[in-house]
Design a binder for this molecule. Structure first.
Ligand SMILES: [Zn+2]
Length: 167
């Protein structure tokens, strides 16, 4: 059984705990494929753990396997502290992870949530996912993105325009 179902739309990654009622094939497969044609990616994610820490993320696309969706998952895996990302035909070693501050915006009350405390990161590294529920309104949260530390070079890289974003 996978750990999470991921939905990637417009560069934003949402994760929910995997449950058996989620569609994988059968009659609902038509709707899954329709989502892919609409530019939405849906994937199941398996987490490989080492000493109770989520270290590698294995992606199986159900729909919408495109470069933008892969880039969004790569960013998510990097920000959440994974060491390696397994895509269907590609294994990516991710850059060394540095815990900083991370942020997201609630899709319900629109609050911007930011955290970077050791307890926050301990929960992320253990679960393999950022908090998914807003503590203010209970709506679901897009996966958080790390905020670059101020000492990072702010100059844009050539690929920055294609970088997924947190909204
Ligand atoms: Zn909220």
């Amino acid at each position: 059984m996978p750990d999470f179902r991921a939905t990637i739309a417009r560069g934003s990654v949402r994760l929910v705990d995997w449950t058996p009622w989620l569609a994988t094939s059968g009659p609902l497969n038509t709707l899954l494929q329709e989502r892919g044609r609409a530019g939405v990616a849906i994937a199941d994610l398996d987490v490989i753990r080492e000493d109770d820490e989520a270290t590698e993320l294995v992606v199986r696309f159900l729909a919408g396997d495109r470069p933008a969706a892969r880039a969004a998952l790569r960013r998510h895996a990097r920000d959440a502290g994974y060491r390696r990302l397994w895509l269907p035909d590609q294994v990516l070693d991710l850059p060394a992870w540095r815990p900083g501050r991370a942020s997201t915006r609630c899709s319900g009350c629109r609050a911007t949530l930011t955290d970077g405390e050791p307890g926050f990161w301990a929960a992320v590294r253990s679960s393999g996912c950022f908090p998914t529920v807003c503590p203010l309104c209970g709506s679901d949260l897009p996966q958080w993105c790390q905020i670059p530390p101020p000492d990072d070079d702010p100059s844009p890289t050539p690929s920055s325009e294609e970088d997924p974003h947190c909204t």
